[in-house]
Design a protein around this ligand. Sequence first.
Ligand code: FMN
Length: 170
Amino acid sequence: MEYSELIKNRYTVRDFKPDAIPQDALEKILTAGQIAPTACNKQPQQIYIVSKPELIEKMRGITQCAYNAPVILILAGRKSEAWVNPFDNKDSTETDVSIVATHMMLEAANLNIGSTWVGWADLERIKKEFELPSDVTVYGLLNLGYASDASVPAPQHSDRKPLNETVSEL
Ligand SMILES: Cc1cc2nc3c(=O)[nH]c(=O)nc-3n(C[C@H](O)[C@H](O)[C@H](O)COP(=O)(O)O)c2cc1C
């Protein structure tokens, strides 16, 4: 699909078929994240795959935004591995992880696999309950799976501010 069509057609999926994602499709999605740009190419991202039934159940107990996705990626990173801007001392981990996640989300769409980017969750609790290493920070989740036949974009999908409210010529 044309890139401009792909980004127009993508929408946040919140109702999934129970079908698993084929392994080769999951690998393509993860590889799309691997080739994402990161500041100074430091690649601080850590992506954890949650697909075992008991772990999916655990995630559904922590956040209602796991919905009924058959695969959930935990989007995390190691601040100690990220580039730090010397002017303000801010590390780029969250930005880097967000770009990695965007690459994965769009590759999923390219493979006709739906996704939900989830920020509404107790991310510290996820880190604790999934026993992630102490030096990683969790930034969100990316639910993955085939959209159910009933799935449609939410009304806010087509609600975008006009460009003149978000872009200015200086
Ligand atoms: C950082 C971020 C966090 C989000 N968190 C959630 C969430 O917790 N639950 C959810 O259902 N959707 C979540 N979304 C999806 C947005 O609500 C969605 O992208 C937005 O409403 C536009 O709709 P669209 O993706 O269908 O175009 C999140 C998206 C982003 C980028």
